[in-house]
Design a protein around this ligand. Structure first.
Ligand code: ZN
Ligand code: CU
Length: 484
C-alpha cells in the first residue's frame, strides 16, 4: 500500500485551472502533492474527510502591505484565516527593503510601521529576516520606488537626477539578484508624484533581464485614469516587462460609471502587451489621509490620527462638525492620519472584479488599529458574497483568480495549482458557508467556512485557529528559483 503523510478523501478539487471542481482524493508528502485520483488503497498518518468541501490551491494575496508583519507577527492570522498561503509584499512604491531611513518614514511608508520597523538596508537582509522569522505564509517581495527615492534623495518633491537614478538602480539590482519579484510604484502619492515618467523608465530597465515585473499604484485613479494607464503601459513597453495595475478602480464621484471604458481600454492594450490588475472586493479604499481626496459628498472614516488619536473611528464629517470647521480643515488638523474612503461605486468594482485579467489583492493595512475589513475578509468575501450569493463568476473561476493566475504573473514556481509534484499549499473550505465576517464597524473578525489550510504540506490552520506550525518561505521569482 502506498504511504503518505496526509490524505484528503473525496473532496471537490478546484485545481486552479478555472474548471468546475471534481471529486478526487489528494495525497500529500514531503511538502508536495504526490497523487490525485482514486486513492482508496493509500495509507496516511492524517486523513481528512472532504465530503461536500472544496480543496483549492492556497490563495495568493497579490497586493499586501505585510512587509514588516511577516517578521513582527509571523503567525499571519489575518491572512492564514482566509486561506491565503502566499503574500506579495512591497506594493504601492513602499517596501521594507532595501531601506536606510534618515528620520521618520515618509508618507505612505509609515503604513508599514514606525522608523524602528525599517531594519533592512539590503534586500538580502530582508530575505534573511524572513527565513529567521519563519512566517506562517510564503512571501514574495517587490521593491518600492518610493523606498528607493527616500534612500537617495534629499527631498521627494522633485524628479531624481541621473546620478540618483543610477544609485536607485544599483539597489534594485541587488534586490533582483536576491529574488525580488519586481518594482512597484506609488505615483499618486506626493512622495513620488513629482517623479517623471522617464525616472521610472530609467529605473525599470534592469527588470527585463531578471524576468521581473512592474506593478503600479497609478498616478491617478480619478478623472485622468486613462492617462495614468497610458503611462503605466509606456513604462512597461520601455522596460519590456509585464505590467500589473494595482487595485484598479474608478475612484471619486466624478469618475463613477467609467469601468466599462477603463476595461475596454485595458482590453485594447492587452492585445499588444502583458497587462494585468488586482482588485479588492469592496466599494471603499483605504490609505493615509490625503487632503486631495477630501470631498464632502464622500463618507471618510478616520482609522488613526497622530495629532488626535481620540478621533479614530469617527467620520471626517462628524469631526469637522464637532470642531465647527470645513472637512478639509479638519483633515489638516488630523495629520498624519489614516482613512477609509467610501469613494467607489459598487457596480464599477464588480465589473473590474469579474474581468478575466483581474487577480485578488487585499491591500490590507495590518498596522492600522481600525483596519479596512479587507485585511481579514477579502478572499472569503470573493467566494461567499460575490461567487455564491451574487453569481459574479463560477467557483472555478473565482479560484483561478486567486491561485494560478497570480502564480503565473509573479513567476511562483510549482504553486497556484493542484497538480502532482506541486507544493502542497492548500485550502479546504465549505462552499455553502464560506463568508467574510469583518465589517467597517467591526473589522477584526475571523472569516467563516475556512476549514483547513496547509502551507508547504504543513497543516497551519484548523478549527478557526492557527496550529503554530509556521511553514512559510521566501519565494524568489522564477528566473532565480530555476537556477538554484
Ligand atoms: Zn496603493
Ligand atoms: Cu496598496
Amino acid at each position: 500500500m502506498p504511504n503518505c503523510t496526509t490524505l484528503i478523501r473525496s473532496v471537490l478539487v478546484a485545481d486552479g485551472s478555472g474548471r468546475s471542481p471534481e471529486i478526487a482524493d489528494v495525497a500529500l508528502d514531503h511538502g508536495r502533492i504526490v497523487s490525485i485520483g482514486n486513492l482508496r488503497d493509500w495509507n496516511a498518518q492524517n486523513t481528512f474527510d472532504g465530503d461536500g468541501k472544496v480543496l483549492a490551491p492556497g490563495f495568493i494575496d497579490v497586493h499586501t502591505h505585510d512587509d514588516t508583519s511577516v517578521v513582527r507577527t509571523p503567525e499571519m492570522l489575518p491572512k492564514l484565516s482566509q486561506g491565503v498561503t502566499t503574500v506579495v509584499v512591497g506594493n504601492c512604491g513602499i517596501s521594507a527593503a532595501p531601506v536606510q531611513l534618515r528620520g521618520e518614514p515618509p508618507d505612505p511608508m509609515n503604513l508599514l510601521g514606525e522608523a524602528g520597523a525599517f531594519r533592512y538596508p539590503t534586500f538580502a537582509a530582508y530575505v534573511e529576516a524572513i527565513a529567521a522569522a519563519r512566517p506562517a505564509v510564503n512571501v514574495a517581495a517587490l521593491v518600492g520606488h518610493t523606498a528607493l527615492r527616500s534612500n537617495h534623495m534629499d527631498r521627494l518633491d522633485r524628479s531624481a537626477t541621473d546620478a540618483e537614478i543610477q544609485a536607485m538602480r544599483g539597489q534594485l539590482q541587488e534586490a533582483l539578484n536576491h529574488g525580488a519579484a519586481g518594482l512597484s510604484t506609488g505615483l499618486a502619492y506626493l512622495s513620488a508624484f513629482s517623479a517623471s515618467t522617464e525616472e521610472v523608465m530609467g529605473l525599470a530597465e534592469p527588470l527585463a533581464a531578471a524576468g521581473a515585473i512592474y506593478t503600479t499604484h497609478m498616478r491617478s485613479e480619478t478623472e485622468t485614469i486613462l492617462q495614468a494607464m497610458d503611462e503605466a503601459v509606456r513604462i512597461g513597453k520601455h522596460a519590456r516587462v509585464p505590467v500589473l495595475i494595482s487595485h484598479l478602480k474608478c475612484a471619486g464621484i466624478a469618475n463613477w460609471g467609467r469601468s466599462a471604458e477603463v476595461l475596454g481600454w485595458l482590453d485594447q492594450a492587452r492585445q499588444s502587451q502583458s497587462i494585468g490588475c488586482d482588485c479588492y472586493p469592496y466599494a471603499a479604499g483605504s490609505s493615509t489621509l490625503d487632503l486631495r481626496q477630501v470631498d464632502e459628498r464622500v463618507k471618510i472614516q478616520i482609522t488613526w490620527s497622530k495629532a488626535h488619536p481620540e478621533k479614530a473611528g469617527q467620520t471626517l464629517a462628524q469631526i469637522a462638525e464637532a470642531w465647527g470647521v470645513q472637512q478639509i480643515e479638519a483633515a489638516r488638523r488630523l495629520q498624519p492620519a489614516g482613512a477609509i474612503y467610501h469613494s467607489i461605486a459598487e457596480d464599477d468594482m464588480q465589473a473590474i472584479l469579474r474581468h478575466p485579467g483581474t487577480m485578488i489583492g487585499s491591500d490590507g493595512l495590518p498596522n492600522d488599529p481600525l483596519p479596512h475589513p479587507r485585511l481579514w475578509g477579502t478572499f472569503p468575501r470573493v467566494l461567499g458574497r460575490y461567487c455564491r450569493e451574487q453569481h459574479l463568476f463560477p467557483l472555478g473561476e473565482a479560484v483561478r483568480k486567486m491561485t494560478s493566475l497570480p502564480a503565473q504573473q509573479f513567476g511562483l514556481v510549482d504553486r497556484g495549482w493542484i497538480r502532482e509534484g506541486y507544493y502542497a499549499d492548500l485550502v479546504l473550505f465549505d462552499p455553502a458557508t464560506v463568508r467574510d465576517v469583518a465589517t467597517f464597524d467591526d473589522p477584526v473578525r475571523l472569516s467563516e467556512g475556512i476549514e483547513a489550510v496547509w502551507v508547504n504540506g504543513s497543516l497551519s490552520y484548523r478549527n478557526q485557529t492557527a496550529t503554530h506550525h509556521r511553514a512559510g518561505r521566501f519565494l524568489p521569482r522564477k528566473h532565480l528559483a530555476s537556477r538554484q
